[in-house]
Write a protein that binds this ligand. Structure first.
Ligand code: 5GP
Ligand code: ZN
Length: 115
């Protein structure tokens, strides 16, 4: 499985940097964002290093499906009952800061959500 030794989220996946884990299986890790934008803000990341969404190929279809199916289950497990938002930022103009693919999953009471 590809691993970039200079990548922050690869280090989190490897346990070299601590995180507050929400879920883990053989394909993905989910952990709480260090600067949450919402009452519940989790990042779902593939364990393999993929820099961003624009690098995805047909071989990643199952992985992305897995992440999408996991998001609502995670929110339910974390007590989010009234909906949530998912975001994947891609590239500089997409506001991406960490170049290891991740899905933001944000839930909780709505006043935080503008626009
Ligand atoms: P991006 O802008 O790349 O889509 O989002 C990166 C996210 O990673 C940001 O929401 C930021 O708060 C989060 N983040 C950055 N560094 C760390 C870290 O060391 N630990 C955790 N848990 N989250 C981080
Ligand atoms: Zn990485």
């Amino acid at each position: 499985m590809s691993h970039d030794p200079d990548c922050l989220f690869c280090k989190i996946v490897a346990g070299q940097i601590p995180s507050r884990k929400a879920y883990e299986d053989e394909l993905v890790l989910a952990f709480h964002d260090i600067h949450p934008w919402a009452p519940v803000h989790v990042l779902i990341v593939p364990k393999q290093h993929i820099a961003m969404m624009s690098e995805l190929g047909d071989e990643h279809v199952q992985l992305l499906g897995h992440m999408s199916v996991l998001a609502p289950k995670l929110m339910r497990d974390l007590g989010v009952t009234n909906g949530f938002r998912t975001v994947i930022n891609t590239g500089p103009d997409g506001g991406q800061e960490v170049y290891h693919l991740h899905m933001h999953v944000m839930g909780g009471p709505r006043p935080w959500l503008k626009g």
